[in-house]
Design a protein. Structure first.
Ligand code: UDP
Length: 323
């Protein structure tokens, strides 16, 4: 029994698994290890090493589970522009298989990892669940399609579900779990510092107070706890919204992040200025009020703690960190 976490060997999924364990709920993992690590799965947690496109493996992994947290997916928005079909296969085709197998196995509860990328460039300073979705990449589109799949499967097959739209997830809840994404700000800056290179700022001519992009950074352990709260709500048959924004209501600029990293690491670097990275909106910050009301969502960590836990995990990773 318990909950199946797809993508549970990845940076975010492995934190979700630990949050379930901390709440005394059994968890199992299905992960193809394409971006995850089997070392991220705690001892004693069953791991099925398979892609969601492997229907037989999905069917076997669903045996006896109460519900699913669907974290697995292709997560690089920029790359998805060049590889849209791969992104749709991983995020849409795989999800159709998961939902079909859940329906056939009678597993009727699902918490979905959606994304701020569903909004694209919002025309408001503070995004809410009512803000229009206008994704600007196949990745953002694939996450929005995921939300539609849930709505339709709910109506047709009685699936109980919610989608959690992540904003910028950073930090580490335990020093063993690091974010090795080759495209995101924290891993790229740390990688530069570890290898004696200078961190880069992509664009300082945005329409923001200091000219660099503003994002809503949230700590991965706080994020993980929201999944448990959502699962418990689904399990208790309590009312739940189809979508929650997991934002903090507060934005930080890239330059502010660089300053915090300099303070925390003690490395006196001066970032290099580079041209804008295509597709980066000026600012995206969300209120998390709805999630606070229903999912006990709150930022228990400061930006300082986000940087220091992420840096600690990066340093501890040593040779385990992918080249
Ligand atoms: N960024 C940067 N230097 C880097 C990596 C990222 O200036 O080495 C910027 C990026 O342009 C964006 C912000 O940091 O404005 C956050 O980027 P990330 O890829 O982490 O998240 P996104 O908001 O794009 O999902």
């Amino acid at each position: 029994m318990g909950w199946l976490v797809t993508g549970g060997a990845g940076y975010i999924g492995s934190h979700v698994v630990r949050a379930f364990q901390a709440a005394g709920i059994e968890a199992s993992v299905l992960d193809d290890l394409s971006t995850g690590f089997d070392a991220f799965v705690p001892d004693g947690v069953p791991l099925t090493k398979a892609t969601l496109l492997d229907r037989d493996a999905v069917r076997a992994a669903l045996q006896g589970v109460d519900g699913v947290v669907h974290v697995a997916g292709f997560k690089y928005a920029g790359v998805s522009v060049q590889q849209p079909l791969h992104c749709y296969e991983q995020n849409v085709s795989a999800m159709v298989i998961l939902l079909q197998e859940m329906r056939d196995a009678g597993v009727d509860k699902l918490v979905f990892s959606s994304s701020a990328a569903t909004f694209g460039t919002p025309d408001v300073d503070l995004v809410t669940e009512q803000t229009a979705t206008r994704p600007e990449s196949p990745y953002g589109e694939s996450k929005l399609i995921g939300e539609w799949l849930l709505k339709d499967a709910g109506r047709a097959h009685g699936l109980q579900h919610t989608s959690l739209r992540y904003f910028n997830v950073v930090g580490s809840g335990t020093p063993e779990l690091f974010d090795a994404s080759p495209h995101n700000l924290f891993p790229l800056v740390f990688d530069a510092l570890v290898n004696g290179r200078t961190p880069k700022i992509f664009g300082d001519d945005y329409n923001t107070p200091d000219g660099t992009c503003v994002r809503d950074y949230i700590h991965v352990a706080d994020l993980a706890e929201a999944h448990v709260a959502a699962a418990l709500r689904l399990a208790a048959g309590e009312s739940i919204e189809p979508v929650y924004n997991l934002g903090s209501g507060a934005g930080s600029s890239v330059r502010q992040i660089m300053d915090t990293i300099r303070d925390v690491t003690g490395i006196p670097f001066e970032p290099e200025m580079h041209p804008r990275r295509p597709g980066d909106p000026d600012q995206i910050v969300a209120t998390g009020e709805l999630a606070a009301r229903d999912l006990d969502w709150q930022m228990r960590h400061t930006l300082q703690q986000m940087v220091s836990t992420a840096w600690e995990a990066r340093q501890k990773a040593g040779d385990a960190y992918p080249a």
